[in-house]
Write a protein that binds this ligand. Structure first.
Ligand code: GLN
Length: 298
């Protein structure tokens, strides 16, 4: 009887939560126990005294040990929800973040044609492209990633969800079939290579290729902002995610390249997280006129 009482859901969750060192130990434990038992998280609240089999308790303990060692919950479950879509995840790409749902919301609010042509650069699991496809099945969505495993994963996710997205292997624009889009979205790597956050939490288990981008974190964003106009239709939009302290630098990249209506938007934590701009090739690019007098004097 005494040994059995330690196998109730509540007892297991309580013990596990006390060992897990994360921002959300109780949630982590509930997700892991739900994954093992097939019971819903609400059932743990409704029936805390429900007993768990020895086999389930053992399997749960193994996952808790991995979580205590730092492995992300998403990797342990093999899955992460994004925009209410269950997405398969793997160690070859970034785990979709809730804050990236804000980027999806901004994209959905843009004035776009009915059958918008959309490109998601560096799609990873396919999260952004698939969220957009779930809202607008009539959009023509292309997603690319440089990493072969990510391409396979994004295709798997699209198939599992029955959503149509064309996924191609390409490092940014390099391998894409020439064409133009109404909207280009991207959540590229944007963390500076010496950032101390890289040694903390889930990012330790995610590939640097999905996280890190040069000394100031802006190498990939510079390339994307620079090349996007060659792939945008008239009045097409570029919308990118970036670090909370990169908004000014990214907005400046947009303006210097000649984008119009450049704006920064916030994530769920009210941090500057996204910048967008409209491409209008006819707009006058304001460059200082050469000063003849000075030139002559040189
Ligand atoms: N926002 C993520 C983090 O801070 C990084 C995502 C990215 O580099 N695209 O962990």
């Amino acid at each position: 009887m005494t040994s059995k009482s330690s196998l109730t859901c509540e007892a297991l969750l309580k013990k596990a939560s006390a060992r897990i060192d994360s921002d959300s130990p109780r949630l982590d434990a509930e997700l892991l126990l739900s994954h093992i038992t097939g019971l819903s998280r609400t059932s743990f609240r409704a029936w805390p005294e429900r007993e768990v089999t020895d086999a389930h308790a053992e399997a749960f303990e193994a996952l808790v040990q991995d979580r205590v060692a730092g492995r992300p919950v998403a990797h342990l479950l093999g899955q992460q929800e994004f925009w209410s879509l269950p997405l398969k995840v793997s160690a070859s790409t970034l785990i979709p973040r809730p804050d990236t749902e804000c980027l999806v919301e901004v994209a959905l609010d843009l004035p776009l044609p009915r059958q918008a042509r959309v490109l998601d650069l560096g799609t990873g699991t396919g999260a952004i492209a698939l969220a957009l496809a779930s809202e607008h099945p009539e959009w023509q969505i292309t997603a690319c990633d440089a990493v072969a495993e990510a391409v396979a994963l994004a295709r798997d996710n699209a198939d599992a969800l029955g959503l149509t997205v064309s996924v191609v292997q390409s490092s940014w624009f390099s391998e894409l079939t020439p064409g133009r889009f109404d909207l280009i979205v991207s959540n590229p790597p944007y963390i500076p290579d010496n950032d101390h956050h890289l040694k903390e939490g889930d990012v330790r288990f995610e590939p640097a290729s999905a996280l890190v981008s040069g000394r100031d974190g802006l190498d990939d964003l510079r390339l994307i902002v620079d090349q996007a106009p060659d792939w945008l239709l008239e009045d097409g939009w570029l919308l990118v995610e970036h670090g909370f302290d990169q908004a000014e630098a990214v907005a400046e990249l947009f303006r210097a390249r000649g984008f119009q209506d450049v704006e920064t938007r916030q994530d769920y934590g009210n941090r500057d997280r996204m910048t967008l701009g409209r491409w209008c090739s006819g707009a006058a690019v304001i460059t200082p006129a050469p000063n003849r007098g000075d030139a002559d004097a040189q």
